[in-house]
Write a protein of this length. Sequence first.
Length: 333
Amino acid sequence: MSTSRIPLPDGLTVRPLRADDAPAVAALLAAAEPVDHTGDHPDAADLTELWVNELVDLEHDGRLVQDRDGTVVGYATTIAPPTFRDAYGVHLQGRVHPDRRGQGIGRALLAWQLDRGAELHATRHPEAPARLTATVYTSQTSVEALLRRAGLEQLRWFFHMERPLTDLPDRRVVEGVHLVPLTPDRDEDVRHAHNAAFTEHYGSSERDAVSWQVMFTGMRAFRPDLSVLAVLDGEVVGYALAYVHESAARATGSRQSYFGQIGVVPQARGRGLSKAIIIEALHVAAANDCRTAGLEVDSENSAGALGLYESLGFATAHTQVSWSRRLPPRAAD
């Protein structure tokens, strides 16, 4: 769907998203947060990092809606990382200003996203099935209603869990294993460990070097000094990668160490490494001006991660649901 074909109420226009739109979109998201209660507080620099990289063609993958005086009232992105396992994943993100909801803006942007997602699938990986997915918080009831009306289905639930960095469990020792921070010379080792640890996880993919940097250890928020690696006989066998989003700390007055990726390679499981790594990461965060720790868990995780995190004092603060449209392979077309 071209930009000119997106149907909008009178007085509104749409154009491709640009990097210099980040401050206006950040302001829109800040205005929406008291209504949506997501717990996310991205600033302009966070959005720029998300949009301007080797994985995104912003002119084609983003749209911005403005009113007559140029005020931003909505935006949408359709982004597809290059690697995948079971299905080609296309991620749909966006928001409409709370004062302009119920006017058809979200419906129009979602229609563009679904068309653009189908186009990316047909162009890049028609031989594989695809999932066009919008992951939204359960507090965003208007968005859920929009997705339901568009025929997307709920496929997965994710719990965002938190705990204060007080009354921490005692550090654990695993024989032969050293728990150390992440240093630059270990980055590639951690990428390989991550790829091995997540071979059976829903929606995971084999991260290449570029995707790894853009999405994980190259991010501004990444804190290698707060991350913890488990090293056995010189090899990385487990890890917890930590992120501190300073924009969220400014908005909430509380700095959180967020464990974005946690994993143990299959051959090292059954030794209590996950618990030892997370406990170490909690202690490191507490010693470095963080007040809380956070992480995300798939509700259908078969490795018992939810029970592990609850046993370590984490409790669910927010729940997200993946709403998806599944597309079959198109190689025969």
